[in-house]
Design a protein around this ligand. Sequence first.
Ligand SMILES: Nc1ncnc2c1ncn2[C@@H]1O[C@H](COP(=O)(O)OP(=O)(O)OP(=O)(O)O)[C@@H](O)[C@H]1O
Length: 335
Amino acid sequence: MGVEVAVQGLTKSFGGQPVWSDITLTLPAGEISVLLGPSGTGKSVFLKTLVGLLRPDRGSIVIEGRDLPRLSERALYEVRKLFGVLFQDGALFGSMTIYDNVAFPLREHTRKTESQIRAVVTEKLDMVGLVGAERKLPGEISGGMRKRAGLARALVLDPQIILFDEPDSGLDPVRTAYLNQLIIDLNQRTEATFLIVTHDINTARTVPDNIGLIYHGHLAMFGPREMLLSSTEPVVRQFLNAQRIGPIGMAEEKDAEELEAEAQAGVELPPLLPIPLQLPPSDGMPRRAERPPGQWCRAHGVTPPPGSFEGRWADERPTVELATAERWEHGEVAR
Ligand SMILES: Nc1ncnc2c1ncn2[C@@H]1O[C@H](COP(=O)(O)OP(=O)(O)OP(=O)(O)O)[C@@H](O)[C@H]1O
């Protein structure tokens, strides 16, 4: 089971230039969260700060009662074992085979024998669908396969928290769809806490339990997927609906003149897009963190945009969702 990550008042700057300030959010244990934001807003810096590769200027990151920025190097080394990280390019060693790349953390951080290592590596390669590619070098496989190899390596120490830095960058839409399904299935199987940085709005709309948006050096909003997808807050609305109209411009923030011109021209924000159903695990069994469609909206008296959840919510819950809801009510799906 994953662990909660509680971030409070986190601030980071380089050479006096702030990247972001005062970020407060909690990644709920075992849930999938996505972090969005325009390019250069410091999403990768946030991931590196979480895992202790960068030290924040201020603020706390509490995991299992330990505040990471306040730990000694030695204690931090121990806490880092809770994390698995999938870096943007997979960060594989080019001269090592896929097998040796995936085995690397086990050889470095454990006392396992080579036969025990073989069992773990084979299991993780199987999880990401890469059995058969063991002897290949990273340069001999496709970008999508390299991502999956990086993911297998991130999984070998059975992490409680998995950070994904743009797992879908450079992948075509079909491979992105496969990777998203793999992420959902891995979350179902490992019940680890996931944080995914992505630019892919479709991923952000369909994969996570929670969404966060960093904008202009601050966390604009963080919360359940349905909360952000039904939000009318201009920045959140513009970003999650991938629209040109709104406060975000080409160079991050539109200036007052541009916004005034939009207002003068009577440009109205386009309507919110329907909230899609969340991607289910491929075996049809709900994830522990999964919630029935429309649950957050119902609980908060929010009417989702027309056509949301393909009509499957509220009083017209259909058989499939009803089955999930019933399993939920009978305690088969943990709350
Ligand atoms: N080690 C560092 N030293 C100095 N500045 C840095 C360092 N790492 C990142 N930065 C700066 O911090 C800012 C945020 O970078 P970061 O890569 O986190 O953005 P991002 O939101 O992940 O961008 P993108 O979506 O384009 O990948 C950038 O201006 C970058 O140049």
